[in-house]
Design a protein around this ligand. Structure first.
Ligand SMILES: C[S@@+](CC[C@H](N)C(=O)[O-])C[C@H]1O[C@@H](n2cnc3c(N)ncnc32)[C@H](O)[C@@H]1O
Length: 331
């Protein structure tokens, strides 16, 4: 077991939320194996009860019921594919694409408003953590805020209002970088060329639930180009789904499987067109969660290394959220 915290001499609060996740599985299984896990997920009532305990009333019934319904049906239909994934013989991305195709073949249709409502409590947790970070930035006449992979940017718009409301600034200029999203006319969407050529400098960068959807070979390239265009005193906030550091591989896989299937169900609810845009359903959809080593590698790539860097978890037990916060400190 590597003690990352001592290696990199920083404050890490990772993992305090995930211990409960595994102890709940152990209440249902005397021996946790890929086969016994798949068997458990095939038993609708047991699975439903287990998930109820994991969820601990964070997500509303609409998302939970759909999560259990679709995963239970999928595992009944493709048990060997799931066992293969749990054994490490199939990648998470392949499993997710297979699951997405299964759902659309079965004519999945979900309601975005109900899904968003079911997400409320969870979002409050994330939002509270982000606002605690924003409360610490210095007052500035104008704040340039970049939403990286911001989608329609409604969340960034709400943060701009918040910064003005708490008196951090009089004006927030909202920038966006997202090659694939529907554009919001209140936001200036940028290309990487424009970011480089116009020499725009950012005070705050938010990347919420984006990086795990970008293929590994591209993941950091564009993000780092944005990050290297920030001011002293500015703040970068990355919000990702939690990762595990001290779990066995099998536990890690079941945890990630649950997170990914929940992610897929949420994305099908909120943006089904994303899956149906290409003739091969789900082809656009990529998923690969970040690990601690990804954050550490990222840290090394920031040009100005006079930074205060912190990775911490904000819970809940499921879907746990990890925040990576970087403050650019003045020399
Ligand atoms: C789960 S959504 C999150 C949207 C938004 N950040 C939020 O918190 O609501 C993932 C977003 O990542 C964007 N995305 C996917 N690949 C990207 C890339 N290579 N660069 C930037 N954004 C990307 C998608 O278009 C989508 O808007």
């Amino acid at each position: 077991m590597t003690n990352f915290a001592s290696l990199i001499n920083m404050d890490i609060y990772v993992n305090k939320f995930t211990t409960r996740f595994f102890s709940i599985f152990e209440k249902y299984l005397s021996k946790v194996t890929p086969e016994s896990l798949v068997n458990l997920l095939q038993q609708k009532n047991d699975f439903k009860n287990l998930f109820k305990r994991l969820n601990n009333e964070i997500f509303g019934a609409y998302l939970c019921d759909n999560f259990v319904y679709w995963l239970n049906n999928y595992v009944i239909s493709q048990p060997f594919y799931c066992i293969d994934y749990l054994k490490g013989n199939t990648t998470l991305n392949d499993l997710c694409n297979n699951f997405i195709q299964f759902c659309f073949k079965q004519k999945i249709s979900l309601d975005s408003v109900k899904a968003l409502t079911a997400f409320q409590k969870h979002n409050l947790l994330t939002d509270k953590a982000i606002k605690i970070e924003l409360n610490k930035i210095k007052n500035k006449e104008t704040i340039n805020l970049l939403g990286f992979g911001l989608g329609d940017g409604e969340y960034e718009k709400s943060l701009a209002k918040y910064l003005i409301a708490i008196g951090k600034t009089r004006k927030v200029i909202l920038y966006g970088y997202d090659p694939y999203s529907r554009k919001n006319f209140d936001i200036e969407y940028l290309t990487i060329d424009k970011i480089n050529n116009d020499k725009i400098v950012f005070d705050v960068i938010i990347a919420r639930w984006v990086l795990h959807h970008i293929e590994l070979k591209y993941r950091w390239n564009d993000f780092i180009k944005c990050v290297n265009r920030i001011n002293f005193g500015s703040k970068i906030i990355i919000i990702e789904h939690g990762f595990l550091m001290y779990a066995s591989l099998l536990y890690e896989r079941i945890y990630i499987l649950f997170t990914a299937i929940f992610d897929v169900i949420t994305n099908i609810s909120l943006r089904p067109e994303y899956f149906l845009d290409s003739p091969e359903i789900g082809k656009n959809f990529y998923i690969n969660y970040l690990q601690m080593k990804d954050f550490l590698n990222f840290k090394q790539t920031i040009i100005n290394n006079n930074i205060d860097f912190k990775v911490y978890d904000i819970g809940p037990d499921f879907l746990n959220q990890t925040i990576c916060r970087i403050d650019m400190v003045k020399n």
